[in-house]
Unconditional design. Sequence first.
Length: 343
Amino acid sequence: MDPNHLPVDDSSAYHYALDQCVDHWGLVLEKTSLIRDGINHVYGSETRDGAPVIVRISNGAVRTRAELSGELLWLAHLRKNGCTVTNPIASRRDELLETIELDDAVLHVACFERFPGKHLEKTSTDQWNDDLLLDLGRQIGRIHRMSDAFQLPPDKDRKQWYEIDETTFPDPLPSAYNREVVEIMQAFLNNIRQRPAQPRHYGLVHRDLHAGNFLVDAGKIEIIDFDLGCYGWRTMDFATLLFARYYFPSISVPDASPKTAGKCLALLVQGYREEYTLDDQQLETVADMILIHSTLNYVIVRPAIEHWQSAISECKSSVAESMTWLEQLWLHGHPLELDLSEV
């Protein structure tokens, strides 16, 4: 059985919510299967007209209806203005979000067009070529430019980067975390929060733009999964990709180095500048944005090492070893290098 494409558990609350939404989008339940669970349950499905779709069910205790509605309005705006991002589909009641109330839970359901593309092979230099990175940079730049031309209503706004649950340490702190590391990270994050942000340096960002969150089909890129979308520094959308591809030991590519990370960034920036402004002052923030992303990684992964170990295939370093590397990085003054000579 493919662990990334599981049968639907017909005893779960998520299945009940899915069943309640069959008529809202004309879904074929028999052609529906679970792709990923977690904070969101994501299903692949098909409409009665034969159109492939993605159905996402969010736990209302984690994501409010207002927050999710803001994301969907933002996506609709981006699509309308030429951004190749995941496309939300209105239900037959003309709603982008349907809410299902149960005795002990509230679940929010959204439906999206299913892009035919695939994820890139991590180590394929043929796929991860200069043209791909230039185009990805263009797509990020266009998203940021169009986001600056858009304002969410106050009652459906998104959070600041430091307000997202996944980016904050639980209180009281579980024993799985290294308390000294957490204190150093929190001091760093508090310092970053105090920094003033100039116009166009800060705004709505994807916040989780790694290789798993864009698809490629015949050279066309579609960016997906805006669930962590928030207000933050625009360079966060470079930093997430760089951290996963060139720094985190378990999933970094074989030739990972400050130089290869810098070359990747240079191509992203070149493409970005075809769509939007990006100045040298912004580029100087990239290393700090990578460190910010490393704290999110620590929040999520450290208490669930076994889960992430099973989720990552062909892991070149164990997740436990990567957590030790991350802790040592922070305990020794986070000497993270990024070669900007080609940017």
